[in-house]
Design a protein around this ligand. Structure first.
Ligand code: TYD
Length: 237
């Protein structure tokens, strides 16, 4: 299948970082640690999430995750609708005023869950979200790679309709994320989610500092310890 080239991310003054990974990967913890570090360095940070980063999104989240069966294409469109409203009303305004926006999930979650795991066309799913967001892509995506078994163990129970899916579904999700990171490695930092959260956080800070020296010194939350095992995407399976 032909792949669509990545459209250029429209210019903005801020920095847009997405945290992605399977359920139980620890994205929320990493997003919060990075927010704390960036705020301590004096930056305006907007920490948000999908689905549900807006009032409308919270309603969409409720029907998406706590309803009964949702047809796969309806599911894909609802996630895209949440994203369209989120970007238009929260993410883009913050980026335009120069803030750092950290989002717990973004477009790649749709490609991994609805594209790979629900077996819809990756290209269609990606294009729907690119239309919804007017082409906004993260400056950096941190992929916390987690196996289905690890994710299940770390989730401590089932909380929503997608978490209820079996291990084969969650392995497909994992593969979907890894494929994305392999395709555009320059936009990703792939980390082994099994690592110590403070160590992973230091790796995220190092990556950001090397990409954006203008952010100044970032002193990571958490003490000294072993260095994070940064993994190239191809080694993630
Ligand atoms: P999330 O909020 O990360 O879960 P949690 O309840 O642990 O905070 O995400 C909710 C679920 O939605 C998760 O199983 C992944 C799924 N999802 C998709 O299937 N497609 C998407 O585009 C997004 C953003 C999430």
């Amino acid at each position: 299948m032909p792949t669509t080239p990545t459209p250029p991310t429209p210019g903005h003054a801020g920095l847009f970082v997405a945290f992605e990974g399977g359920d139980g990967a620890g994205k929320s913890t990493q997003a919060r640690l990075l927010r704390d570090t960036l705020e301590a360095a004096g930056h305006e940070v907007v920490l948000t999430r999908e689905p549900g980063g807006t009032e409308l999104g919270a309603a969409i989240r409720q029907v998406l995750l706590h309803g009964d069966h949702v047809a796969p294409r309806a599911e894909a469109l609802l996630f895209a609708a949440d994203r369209a409203h989120h970007v238009a009303t929260v993410v883009r305004p913050a980026l335009e005023r120069g803030a750092v926006v950290l989002t717990d999930r973004y477009l790649d979650s749709s490609v991994a869950y609805q594209g790979q795991a629900r077996a819809l066309s990756h290209e269609d799913i990606r294009n729907i979200s690119l239309w919804a967001t007017e082409g906004l892509l993260p400056d950096l995506t941190v992929l916390l790679d987690v196996s289905a078994a690890q994710g299940r163990a770390r989730r401590e129970g089932v909380h929503d309709r997608l978490e209820r899916e079996d291990d084969a579904f969650h392995e497909a999700v994992r593969q979907g994320f890894v494929l994305l990171a392999e395709r555009e490695p320059e936009r990703y930092l792939v980390l082994d989610a099994a690592g110590d959260p403070a160590v992973l956080h230091r790796a995220v800070c190092r990556e950001l500092a090397s990409r954006r020296p203008d952010l100044g010194a970032l002193v990571p939350a958490g003490g000294e310890g072993p260095e994070a095992g940064q993994r190239v995407a191809g080694e993630a399976r």
